[in-house]
Design a binder for this molecule. Structure first.
Ligand code: 8YV
Length: 314
């Protein structure tokens, strides 16, 4: 029996999940040889452009291995009636714990301390400056979607006061609402960015928001690089307008601006928020389930919900 052909613009991990994909489908990697394919596998940070879609006349499903759809041309998908699926919920804890880890690493100078020890500065009598407490401070969540709320649960469970901003106040939410990023930054010490990427959130964290966060403030971004104005952030770190930052995402991955590479009070990781074996296995399973449902003519298990794309208040 011939296996359906699918175009893979991204890979599945761990390897046994990629093997399962390859067992059930003929996996094509060259878009030039995919004019007949109905399904594209892509990732949150890879996506698919309108120009790529135009080369795929038979396309019916874009299966994203991730939750971000900012790199998918949604308008074109809608126009052509192409379904989009994502992998919600199963990665929320992984990304939330990454955000917490970055806050701890920045506030308690963990990465800096590691470099300090390895460079022999401790053994040669050096002293690392004081850090600041993380869990005894007030957290602000910018973007109260699935990941933001998972992070809020985690932080509240550890005794932190948590505030959030979102498109609108969520009735019954256990955390305090602020109407926009500026008001949130004014009232919190740790600002966690978990908002969706895309034009609506580009530059949401700007120089004004960083100034409002203040000289003891820490910024963590596990969402998308462009939500934070990287130039303003580099300046704020250099000038001491904020105390530190933890960044897992960047404008032009895998390239990181030199000013951030040079900032000692900035912890950098290579977009690994969802990169736990557990989360990646569950994500891959959802990708396989969505593709199988498409070919069987069944409802898609996790279609992307359009209301998730509404803009966040500025
Ligand atoms: C992954 C992500 O890096 O979910 C997203 O949108 O950016 C991340 O989880 C990526 O999608 C891995 O496939």
């Amino acid at each position: 029996m011939t296996r359906p052909r699918i175009l893979a613009l991204a890979e599945l991990k761990p390897q046994d999940m990629a093997d399962r994909l390859a067992a059930d489908y003929e996996v094509v990697r060259d878009i030039g040889a995919a004019a007949d394919v109905e399904v594209v596998l892509t990732a949150g940070n890879v996506g698919i452009t309108a120009a790529q879609m135009a080369r795929l006349p038979a396309l019916r499903l874009v299966a994203v291995n991730g939750v971000g759809v900012d790199a998918v041309d949604l308008a074109q998908a809608r126009h052509r009636g192409i379904a989009v699926t994502t992998t919600p919920d199963v990665l929320s804890m992984a990304v939330a714990e990454m955000a917490l880890g970055l806050a701890l690493a920045a506030g308690r100078r963990i990465a800096e301390g590691d470099r300090f020890v390895r460079a022999g500065q401790w053994s040669s009598g050096g002293k690392l400056g004081l850090g600041c407490s993380v869990l005894e401070r007030r957290a602000g969540i910018l973007g109260y979607g699935r990941i933001g709320r998972r992070l809020a649960d985690l932080l509240r469970g550890m005794g932190m006061d948590v505030l959030y901003t979102a498109r609108r106040e969520k009735p019954g939410a256990p955390d305090g609402f602020r109407p926009d990023a500026l008001a949130l930054a004014r009232d919190c010490d740790l600002l966690f960015v978990t908002a969706a990427g895309g034009e609506d959130t580009r530059g949401l964290v700007d120089a004004g928001v960083l100034a409002a966060l203040g000289p003891d403030g820490i910024l963590v971004n596990v969402a998308r690089g462009p939500v934070v104005d990287a130039g303003a952030l580099a300046q704020a770190l250099d000038a001491g307008t904020i105390a530190g930052a933890g960044l897992d995402v960047f404008d032009d991955e895998p390239n990181v601006p030199q000013a951030l590479l040079d900032a000692p009070n900035c912890v950098l990781t290579p977009h690994i928020g969802s990169a736990t074996a557990e989360a990646r296995r569950a994500m891959a399973q959802l990708v396989l389930d969505n593709i199988a449902a498409h070919f069987a003519g069944r409802p898609l298990p996790t279609p992307y919900e359009v209301q998730d794309a509404l803009p966040l208040h500025r």
